[in-house]
Structures are given as C-alpha cells and as structure tokens.
Design a protein around this ligand. Structure first.
Ligand code: DGL
Length: 249
C-alpha cells in the first residue's frame, strides 16, 4: 500500500518515523511544503489553499491514502481535502484525541494541548476533547519551539528558557500533554523532564494506533520505500530525514 504524507515542512518526518517503524506501508511519498512553512501563523484560507495544492501534487503518485501529518493543516483543511480526493484522507487531530481518551480514563484529568497559533485558535482539539467529556483543558502555542527544534536544539539552555517562558503559569503537571505540532515529539525528553509524570501524546503513534484499530491496517512490509519531495531545499529535507530517521533509512 502506498501512502502520501503531507506536511508544511520537515516536521511531518516525526509522523513518517512512526509509520516506518510500524511497517504499515510499502511506500511513503512525503511532501513537505518547505517553501511556504510555517503554516501555523497563516490564516485558514491560505492553509486550505496550500493543502489543496499539496494534494494535487501527491495525486501524481497513485497513492492509496493521504495522511496529513501537519496539525495545522489537519485543523483547517481536512474537509476540503476529502472533497477533492478519491482516496481516504486522515488528519492527526482525531487520532490524537482518541489516543488521549485511551490514556485517560478519568474525565477530570488535566490535559495540556501544545500546538501552533493556528491550531490552538482553530479550537479543534479542545472541541473534540470537550465532546469526549474532558473539561480540564489548557491550550498553549509555544511558537518558538518550532525554530528551536529546526536548529536541532533538542536539549540545553535555549530550550529550557523557552519552556520556562511558555509554561510559567502552569502550576500543576498535567496528566497528559498533547504534542499537537509535528516538531514537538523531538523534544519529548525535555518536556518529560519539565513535566515529570505527564503522559505525552505523539501524533505519529496516534495515527498508527488509529489506522490499526479503526481501519485494521496491519504490519505488512519489512522495507518501506521513502520518497521525499519538497517545494524548496530538498537537500535540506534529505539531511533532516537522515538525522531524524537515523536508524530507519
Ligand atoms: N507542521 C506544523 C504543525 O504540525 C508546524 C510547523 C508550521 O507552523 O507549519 O502544525
């Protein structure tokens, strides 16, 4: 089975990593819109337009399904993408919420959602969590985490200062933290050190769990072929993929 994975840039490689690890697909065609990243600061019309253009590009590869790895595009563009595709289109927000539900039996549990400005403003995570009965929700857009991750600063003083800045008003460690941005799984260790005992929800693992439970996808292949495409600086994307997917490609 061949899947298209779309992200605003390199961040979707964290989702790609989970897909490769779980051996669900023979081939992954990845498109990162590196010429126009970030999406998280743009308005809904622009995010939808760019997402539809990415879909048109990926249609050239005869894909069986599309995974929108980008939380921001998942928040705004899913409906339009589905209208324009003849295959299944999955975002990462519903799977992230389901993974949270599977983790937190107690509806009084506290949940911290971390995402881009656009994702947080969309209210998509918050809406779905409220529908599931959770009320104790805080949402935050720690925008500086994105460039910090792209600089490869997965630990150290810069990240620590940024975490102290964004998290200063959070007095109690949340029961779960939704990493609602493709970049944030790369700083899992630092976030876990900061919020000891909190469970972290990772979009990549969540979409795998979702595809396995809701769509009965099973491990099928030993060797996933990964084809990388980008709207700018493909060489940079390849380098990032080599580092982030080190032991997989
Ligand atoms: N890929 C985006 C997301 O998951 C983060 C980077 C951006 O703002 O485009 O929301």
């Amino acid at each position: 089975m061949k899947v298209g994975v779309f992200d605003s840039g390199v961040g979707g490689l964290t989702v790609t990593k989970s897909l490769i690890e779980h051996k669900l697909f023979d081939e992954i065609v990845y498109f990162g819109d590196t010429a126009r990243v970030p999406y998280g600061t743009k308005d809904s019309k622009t995010i939808i337009k760019y997402s539809l253009e990415a879909l048109e590009f990926l249609k050239n590869f005869d894909i069986d399904m599309l995974i929108v790895a980008c939380n921001t595009a998942s928040a705004y563009a899913l409906e339009e993408l589905r209208k324009n595709a003849s295959f299944d289109v999955f975002g990462v927000i519903e799977p992230g919420v389901l993974a949270t539900v599977n983790t937190l039996a107690d509806k009084n549990s506290s949940i911290l959602i971390l995402g881009t400005k656009a994702t947080i403003i969309s209210g998509q995570y918050q809406k779905l969590l409220l529908q599931k009965g959770y009320k104790n929700i805080i949402s935050l857009a720690p925008s500086l985490f994105v460039p910090i991750v792209e600089e490869g600063l997965f630990e150290g003083d810069v990240l620590k200062s940024a975490m102290e800045y964004y998290f200063k008003d959070i007095k109690q460690n949340p029961d779960a933290i939704i990493l609602g941005c493709t970049h944030f799984p790369l700083i899992t260790k630092a976030i876990k050190e900061y919020f000891q005992g909190s469970v972290l929800i990772h979009s990549g693992d969540a979409i795998v769990e979702y595809l396995q439970t809701k769509h009965h996808l099973r491990p099928k292949t030993d060797n996933t072929i990964l084809k990388l495409f980008a709207s700018d600086n493909l060489e940079g994307v390849r380098k990032t993929a080599k580092t982030w997917l080190r032991e997989l490609v």
